[in-house]
Structure formats: C-alpha cells, structure tokens
Design a protein around this ligand. Sequence first.
Ligand SMILES: [Zn+2]
Ligand SMILES: [Zn+2]
Length: 103
Amino acid sequence: MTTLAPARPEADYNHLTAEDQDRFDALMEQADNAGPHDYPVYMTALTALTGVTGEVRKCACSCWCPALFDANAPGVGVIEYGEGFNLGRHQCSWCADQHPETA
Ligand SMILES: [Zn+2]
Ligand SMILES: [Zn+2]
C-alpha cells in the first residue's frame, strides 16, 4: 500500500519517478487529443499520478520549469490556447510573474 499524495495545487515533474514521467507524458498527449467524453478521464488519471487537482498542466515555459499545476489556479499564464487541441501552453504562476511569455 502506498499512501495517497496530499492534494496540493502544484507538484514537481522532476519528483516523479522516470516511469511516472513517461506515464505523465503519455497521459498529457492523450488528453490533448481526447474528445470531451474522454478528457476528464485523463485529467482524473493525471491527478492520481501527480496530486494536482483540476486542469493539470506542466509549465510550458522555455526555462524548462518542472512545475505541474492547475491551469485555473490564480496567476497562471496562458502562452497559447490549444488550437484544435485541449491543453494549450501555460506557464506556472512563478514563471508568469518572473518572465511572462506569449506565443
Ligand atoms: Zn514555470
Ligand atoms: Zn519559466
């Protein structure tokens, strides 16, 4: 038995195991292309994997930030909305504050 990670608004991609990083990347790719029925299923799986609730995103900042966060959290920056995809590109609140990017 593993204990469940406590719910928290942010997590760190680099704290995931290599195996979980692979799972995370695969789930994000599937979520990006998922239809409206499947999308929440992937988000639930991503929450289970990372402990991040809501719209799970990895920081898309060019500084290679490893932050995982809820896209609807306060301060989160939108670099680009996904055109024809679900996820778009977001910056974590720290990056959006320190060096905001636009597409
Ligand atoms: Zn960031
Ligand atoms: Zn950054």
